[in-house]
Design a protein around this ligand. Structure first.
Ligand SMILES: Nc1ncnc2c1ncn2[C@@H]1O[C@H](COP(=O)(O)OP(=O)(O)OP(=O)(O)O)[C@@H](O)[C@H]1O
Ligand SMILES: [Mg+2]
Length: 387
């Protein structure tokens, strides 16, 4: 007899890369960490890359700062949680500025060029705000981890995005930003090879120098010159970055990659998730399923009359029972109304998702430790169900 696996069980056993995506606050980071833990528990050497995890969750994974590489979750943390995964779990968190510096170090032709870029005032503003840097580096890290041969499975969390597709467009957007004509005019890549320390001023032709002079009057400083110098230095990174970006795009579309779209049970969020799936499919990214997180599941009993005998049986003094039963029934009634509301959103999602839908209920507490992650993982893998 063969036991049918749920789509996510199969994914945790077979996929090489799982990406959790979706709109802000729906549970992407929690889901990524929970799935990675399930990977390790299933005997696969797993790494999870989290983006801005909540502090307590980071601590639960043994992370307290950006380290630039994946760290093994210490055995003591597993032991304390009563867990003994047969394979190692590693975790890493990404940090905006640190990932941008890492990107410069990686692509700059030498340490001197890297230092020149990093000390440029324009870079200092750019590094924490240029859309795409963080996402791009996250995917590059994944490629490195998979190539290292040290991991069977990598789980990639994605940053909150107003528009979920921002994440997938990031590498192209970054390239387009660097490829833009106006920028080309500013930095003139042909002259970017000079090692003369005074090249910043000299790279500008006469016409440009005049324009910069006027602009500097308005900005009260050499802002545009700094920008031009920065872009020129940055252009040395450009070609290497372009080649690598292609490889990263291929990795995201590989057959062994699966995207999970995480959503919450609200009509607008569900609509966004459905739309996101359509766009993923259209662009050739492998869609692995929906996760509807923080769902209110129906509870029983739901009336005071139904509650009373259970409370008496539990040894609650009968004099206390009537008011307590009324209060509890009121709370359960509120919960049930939310469960009815969530059920409507779930029905909409189920219509398009079919079996590729896993429900995770709203747990009584935030998920901030390994035990909480196991609980979420059990729901994700369909080991616990509403029935
Ligand atoms: N099923 C759940 N039950 C209870 N709390 C949950 C559940 N799932 C997630 N949470 C909590 O909700 C909060 C948001 O979750 P999480 O950080 O995973 O979302 P996210 O999608 O990564 O958010 P962001 O878009 O900001 O990165 C966290 O405090 C987490 O512990
Ligand atoms: Mg997150």
């Amino acid at each position: 007899m063969t036991i049918a696996l749920t789509p996510i069980q199969q994914m945790v056993r077979e996929a090489r890369l799982i990406v959790t995506a979706g709109t802000g606050g729906v549970g992407k980071t929690t889901t990524a960490a929970a799935l990675a833990l399930q990977g390790a528990l299933a005997g696969r050497r797993t790494a999870v890359l989290t983006i801005d995890p909540a502090r307590r969750l980071a601590n639960a994974l043994g992370l307290d700062a950006f380290m630039g590489r994946a760290q093994k979750v210490p055995t003591a943390l597993f032991t304390a949680a009563g867990l003994a995964p047969p394979a190692e779990l590693s975790a890493m968190m990404l940090d905006m500025r640190a990932t941008a510096d890492e990107m410069v170090r990686r692509y700059a032709p030498n340490a001197e060029a890297a230092a020149r870029i990093v000390s440029n005032p324009y870079y200092q503003a750019f590094s924490t705000s240029l859309a795409g840097t963080q996402e791009y580096m996250a995917v590059e890290q994944v490629a490195d981890l998979l190539e290292s041969g040290e991991f069977d499975l990598v789980v990639l969390d994605t940053p909150p995005a107003t528009h979920a597709l921002d994440f997938l467009d990031a590498p192209e957007r970054l390239l387009n930003a660097l490829d833009n004509r106006a920028i080309n005019w500013l930095y003139r890549p042909k002259e970017a090879t000079t090692r003369d320390p005074g090249y910043g001023a000299r790279l500008l032709g006469k016409g440009r120098q005049m324009v910069f002079k006027s602009l500097n009057k308005f900005t009260g400083g050499p802002f545009f010159e700094d920008l031009a110098t920065f872009l020129q230095a940055f252009s040395s990174l450009f070609e290497a970055f372009r080649v690598s970006s292609r490889a990263v795009q291929a990795l995201l579309r590989a057959e062994s990659t699966q995207f999970l779209v995480v959503t919450a049970p609200y009509p607008a969020t569900v609509r966004e998730a459905i739309n996101f799936r359509a766009q993923l499919v259209e662009r050739g990214f492998p869609f692995g399923g929906f996760i509807c997180n923080r769902v209110h599941l129906p509870m029983t009993p739901t009336t005071a009359a139904e509650l009373r005998p259970a409370l008496v049986a539990a040894g609650v003094a009968s004099g206390l029972v009537p008011p307590l039963a009324e209060d509890l029934a009121g709370l359960v009634g509120d919960h049930d109304r939310m469960a009815d509301r969530d059920a409507l959103s779930l029905a909409d999602l189920a219509e398009v998702a079919g079996p590729a839908l896993q429900v995770v209920p709203l747990l009584p507490e935030d998920v901030h430790d390994l035990r909480g992650l196991v609980q979420v993982g059990d729901w994700l893998l369909g080991r616990r169900g509403a029935g």
